[in-house]
Design a protein around this ligand. Structure first.
Ligand SMILES: Nc1nc2c(c(=O)[nH]1)N[C@H]1C(S)=C(S)[C@@H](COP(=O)(O)OP(=O)(O)OC[C@H]3O[C@@H](n4cnc5c(=O)[nH]c(N)nc54)[C@H](O)[C@@H]3O)O[C@H]1N2
Ligand SMILES: Nc1nc2c(c(=O)[nH]1)N[C@H]1C(S)=C(S)[C@@H](COP(=O)(O)OP(=O)(O)OC[C@H]3O[C@@H](n4cnc5c(=O)[nH]c(N)nc54)[C@H](O)[C@@H]3O)O[C@H]1N2
Ligand code: SF4
Ligand SMILES: [Mo]
Length: 766
């Protein structure tokens, strides 16, 4: 007999609430959880495929050590001791710049990130690399410039907006927005609402849209520059909003002066009438935009994001409910200031955004001969040998490290390069969480807990890295009293006395601050039986929602456990957050833990603009120096150099990056093809199903051609999920076999994996 258990999907950041039927410790069936406050009884194909992810022949069960070309199982104690000693010795000899981290979080499971920050703090290193450095460098840097906060990302308020833009993303397929298909269908069917898709291709999302704007690939920046010029020419900007909330609107006007609108649009290949209608809609409606890889990883990556935000501010659609809002922080990230002399640079002079360095800088930081190079790296929940640009170079770099330790649930392209491989529990076998999820105006919080028991010696990633940090000797010696209070907290189900003891310790030892999550993990986490679970508590009692009134607005009040302490404001807030934690523990389906006051629009704007003057800053020198080069002549000349461009890795519905490896999930589909526009194919005399050679400056491989109008002219695409080794067999070619770590955005170094110049060669029949 199977039993239905509540959990949260571990596949993507949307984190839908799910119910899974478990039989003999195996997941046998999946359905959306009707009680989930997060996902409104919604679930996609990837979530339903959980059993293929959970049980497959690549799962890891024991710590492994590389001996020659083979891996041998060793005990946790031996693994920790050897890793701790080796790492310590290398870092002591070569200094903290020899140490760096990769990953540390899945979009859906983030507790281990806290340990990664502790490891960096303990060693004194700043080198963190993860998918932020593939996707968000330009976008999050722009957030920092325009509203003063890199961490709180722009999001659409899709549930009540009138116009939803899907810009450079195929959300109907990729579900990179909550309840994606439901929302798009609803908007598409409502006569008073509109979906507008801006994508060169006729995607599944574009088919649902009221308007499909199909610019030439790589011309979004020119298109947006033209739209803003049109707004200024017509006087359509929201002047009252700008007067109230913008510091420097007049200073950016020169960027859009003397723009030849018709000439620009010829390069973008979009009709004037459509652009005028599109622009007018943005100036007269509530609108919200979801943007993703087509913009973030496309040509002019950073400028694209900057101009989307600029459009939102100019039309009065930024930080206004029903338009574009910001997510409460869900990643435990940091703000980065590249002009602070204490901020490290890479050898190629790149800087971090939210504490993360560009992925394309990693290989060069390892592969060089001088003393300033990365020698020890730990990697968690990431597959950089597949997901960072230029796989060939990445393999060489990672395998040349003096010590490379990886945790994963499976044997992957990256674990195969490691000296030690650590077996982790999946999100269905351990505790974890996505901190938090935006259901604007609400914030939802859910704790994943084991619904199946882990096999072998798997451990939660959070605990794996805590134990390694301990073995490296970077944890301070903690007072016995803190351990006792932790035990007492669990016994009495009251964490306040423990928290006060912890605060006392930190107040007298400021240098422990960097290690605070690890201190909680080692005391409260070990006492609770899950370090990850204690990270949720640590996150809540330091959360930016604390003390804002949002928790109380969501209906959560402090219990009566500490009536005396409640008079002290700090303690009162802690008691409220402790109550939040208790309620999260009590509700496996998750709950709403904070609610914004959307009636108070001015208050909302003021809260989320983090510049001191509480104004949007639209002018910055970096963009001033860049945007003047975006002219129709230069754009056309550069684009014409590349008659064929490759999108290295469209995200299709049979995979989630490289997380879903089991081919059983696409048994009756033929997913690994390069899609080519039929007119291009005809011109090259290529037939559907024919084998072609795809060539870029980084690599070449034979692939099967699929001729379809899903591809736009001059733009071929391969999927992101292939080239994965499963059961001894590789299917297809990995997308980053074709990408170069040199093709990067000039401003922030984001890789341009959606714009890889390529050549298609006919393979003569032998
Ligand atoms: N099924 C599935 N879902 C996923 C994932 C997955 O792997 N599989 N991955 C998850 C993750 S991590 C992410 S980041 C998201 C990614 O989600 P998406 O960004 O929606 O995924 P892509 O397939 O890369 O879609 C990018 C779109 O941009 C378009 N595009 C390319 N060049 C340009 C351009 O120059 N201008 C414009 N305007 N558009 C352009 C492409 O034609 C394509 O349709 O999906 C998430 N959801
Ligand atoms: N060329 C090209 N490159 C790309 C992209 C592209 O479209 N084209 N997409 C980019 C994008 S948007 C992203 S987000 C990145 C993703 O890049 P990564 O995050 O590096 O890669 P994923 O494929 O998501 O791999 C996550 C790893 O975590 C493991 N894992 C899964 N669940 C768990 C768990 O519960 N615990 C632990 N410990 N491990 C787990 C999986 O087995 C997998 O090896 O790739 C980027 N790279
Ligand atoms: S949308 Fe994301 S979280 Fe929801 S079921 Fe699909 S993969 Fe899972
Ligand atoms: Mo992503």
């Amino acid at each position: 007999m199977s039993e239905w258990k509540k959990t949260q999907c571990n596949m993507c950041e949307v984190s839908c609430g799910l119910e899974m039927a478990v039989e003999n410790n195996k997941i046998v069936s999946v359905r959306p959880d009707p009680d989930s406050p997060r996902s409104d009884n919604y679930c996609c194909r990837k979530g339903r495929a959980a059993k293929y992810y959970q049980d497959n022949k690549e799962r890891l069960n024991h710590p492994l050590k590389r001996v020659g070309d083979a891996y041998v199982p060793i005990s946790w104690a031996q693994a920790n001791k050897e890793i701790g000693e080796k790492a310590r010795a290398i870092i002591d000899e070569h200094g903290p710049r020899s140490f760096g981290l990769i990953g540390g979080t899945l979009a859906s499971s983030q507790s281990a990130q806290a340990m990664f920050y502790g490891l960096l703090g303990g060693v004194g290193s700043q080198f963190l690399f993860n998918p932020v450095g593939v996707e968000f460098m330009g976008s999050w840097w722009s957030n920092g410039r325009i509203y003063g906060d890199q961490v709180r990302a722009q999001d659409p308020d899709e549930h009540i907006t009138d116009v939803l833009l899907l810009w450079g993303c195929n959300t109907y397929v990729t579900h990179n927005m909550g309840s994606a298909r439901k929302v798009i269908r609803h908007m598409s069917e409502s006569p008073d609402k509109k979906v507008i898709v801006i994508d060169p291709r006729l995607t599944e999302s574009a088919r649902m849209a009221d308007m499909h704007v199909a610019p030439r690939v790589g011309t979004d920046a020119l298109l947006m520059k033209t739209m803003i010029a049109l707004i200024l020419e017509k006087g359509w900007q929201d002047q009252a909003f700008l007067d109230k909330w913008c510091r420097d609107f007049d200073e950016i006007k020169p960027w859009f002066k003397d723009v030849d609108i018709k000439k620009n649009l010829e390069v973008c290949q979009v009709p004037y009438e459509q652009v005028e209608a599109f622009t007018r809609i943005l100036c007269t409606s509530n609108w919200a935009v979801h943007q993703d890889l087509g913009l973030f990883c496309g040509r002019h990556s950073t400028l694209n994001s900057y101009l989307v935000l600029t459009l939102a501010v100019i039309t009065g659609a930024m930080l206004v409910p029903g338009n574009n809002i910001v997510a409460e922080p869900y990643l435990m990230s940091k703000q980065s200031d590249e002009y602070d002399p204490k901020t490290w640079r890479t050898k190629d002079n790149r800087f971090p955004v939210t504490g993360v360095y560009p992925s394309g800088s990693l290989a060069n930081q390892i592969l060089n001969d001088d003393d300033d190079r990365l020698r020890v790296m730990f990697c968690s929940m990431s597959n950089p040998a597949r997901s960072f640009p230029n796989s060939k170079k990445m393999r060489k770099a990672l395998s040349s490290l003096e010590l490379f330790v990886v945790d994963d649930i499976c044997m992957t392209e990256t674990t195969r390069l490691a000296d030690y491989v650590m077996p982790a529990t999946s999100g269905y076998e351990g505790h974890d969480f996505n901190f938090f999820q935006e259901n604007f105006p609400h914030t939802v919080c859910q704790l994943k807990r084991p619904i199946v028991q882990p096999e072998g010696e798997r451990k939660e990633s959070t605990e794996i890295w805590l134990d390694i940090a301990d073995a490296m000797g970077i944890m301070p010696k903690l007072p016995k009293k803190l351990y006792n209070k932790a035990e007492q907290a669990v016994k009495e189900n009251d964490r306040i006395p423990y928290t006060l003891e912890l605060l006392k310790l930190l107040a007298f030892n400021k240098k422990y601050m960097d290690m605070a999550p690890m201190i909680v993990g080692k005391t409260l986490g070990k006492a609770m039986g899950s370090v990850a679970k204690s990270m949720m508590f640590a996150g809540l009692i330091t959360s930016p929602i604390m003390g804002t009134g949002k928790v109380e607005r969501a209906g959560i009040k402090a219990g009566n456990k500490h009536p005396v302490l409640k008079r002290l404001p700090l303690i009162k807030d802690l008691c409220v957050m402790d109550e939040v934690f208790q309620q999260v523990l009590d509700k496996p389906q998750g709950l709403i833990i904070a609610t914004n006051d959307i009636e108070d629009v001015d208050g909302y704007i003021r809260e989320h603009i983090r510049h001191k003057d509480k104004k949007f800053h639209l002018y910055c020198d970096e963009i001033d120096g860049y945007i003047k080069h975006i002219t129709p002549e230069k754009e056309r000349a550069e684009l014409d150099q590349y008659p064929m461009v490759l999108s290295a890795g469209r995200h299709t519905d049979v995979g989630v990056n490289t997380v879903m490896k089991n081919p059983a999930t696409y048994k009756y589909r033929k997913p690994f093809t390069a899609i080519i526009n039929p007119e291009d194919a005809k011109a090259m005399d290529i037939k559907d199903g024919e084998t072609i050679k795809l060539v870029t400056k980084a690599g070449e491989a034979l692939v099967e051609a699929e001729c379809t109008y899903q591809a736009s002219k001059g733009y071929t695409m391969i999927p992101q999920h292939f080239g994965l080794l499963f059961g001894g067999k590789v299917r297809g070619v990995g997308a980053n076999e074709f990408t170069s770590d040199e093709d990067r955005d000039a401003l922030t170094g984001n890789p341009l994996i959606r714009f890889t110049p390529c050549r298609i060669e006919k393979v003569e029949a032998r």
